[in-house]
Ligand binder design. Structure first.
Ligand code: BTN
Length: 268
């Protein structure tokens, strides 16, 4: 594994006043930053350990999907978390990361992106960033750690996006004038800072105000899978655990904890 000490030093400088941050592993190419973060966590690396890669050969998204990670075109980062009991709700952790990314982008570019419940960030109806939280259970059966992976498109790859995401994906450089694209490490440090502020304030959930205001889902007709059945309904609100409250077509309501939804009428 080839490490980039210059970037690691820069991250230590950028995050020296953020006590949550503990160490950085900046690598050239990895199968997935989540994989290395898992290995490090198994060797007792503490919470706040950060793994970055220039490229991922097997970057993954939710539902077993691939996350395209071409060299130098994205921010591919994972954070090791060792959540206390009151921090262990996976939906809430993902929402916390989504708001951290939203706030960091707003601060650095003045652009307000949208959050598609529960783990994606969008701009103009196109996906900019995805979040993948993976829990690791210890021998006692208790949650040992969570690996929080964030993949954010920085620029359109020269060879274009992969066929299946072309037309549905956007990058920071396409959203902003090229000159105002924050560099990868500044953005990463901004996200870690915002994340730490929210995560360390748990069970305080003020951050959900931004999660709700930035949502592109509330008031929309959505479809989702539940217990092997595809359903449709209207997204009504987001509750205090970041659950999505849905009015079902039979007139009832139900709350989704995590999982994936689609907008019946895409935002484009
Ligand atoms: C999704 O869109 O479903 C989630 C995508 C998460 C991608 C990030 S990139 C860094 C980390 N490593 C991975 O393999 N996946 C996450």
């Amino acid at each position: 594994m080839k490490r980039d000490e210059k970037s690691e030093k820069k991250l230590h400088n950028l995050l020296q006043t953020c006590p949550f941050f503990s160490d950085a592993f900046c690598c050239d190419s990895l199968s997935s930053t989540n994989d290395l973060a898992k290995e490090l966590a198994a060797k007792e690396s503490p919470q706040g350990t950060l793994v970055l890669a220039e490229a991922q050969t097997m970057g993954r998204g939710r539902m077993g999907r691939r996350f395209f990670s071409p060299r130098g075109d994205g921010l591919y980062m994972s954070l090791i978390l060792r959540p206390e009991r009151n921090q262990q709700n996976p939906g809430l952790l993902t929402a916390c990361a989504a708001v951290a990314v939203y706030r960091a982008i707003l601060k650095l570019t003045k652009i307000s992106v949208q959050i598609k419940w529960v783990n994606d960030l969008y701009f103009d109806g196109k996906k900019l960033c995805g979040i993948l939280a993976e829990g690791q259970v210890g021998t006692s059966g208790e949650l040992d750690c969570v690996i929080l992976g964030i993949g954010l498109n920085l620029q359109r790859p020269k060879e274009g996006y992969a066929e299946e995401i072309e037309g549905k994906t956007v990058s920071l450089a396409e959203m902003t004038a090229e000159a105002s694209v924050p560099d990868r490490l500044t953005l990463c440090a901004g996200i870690v800072r915002e994340f730490a502020a929210i995560y360390q304030a748990f069970p305080e959930t003020d951050f959900l105000e931004d999660f709700r205001n930035a949502s592109c889902v509330i008031g929309q007709r959505i479809s989702y899978w539940q217990k092997g059945e595809q359903k449709e309904g209207e997204a009504l609100s987001i509750d205090e655990q970041a659950g999505l409250v849905v009015r079902t077509d039979d007139g009832g309501t139900e709350t989704l904890g995590t999982g994936e939804i689609s907008l019946v009428r895409p935002l484009l």
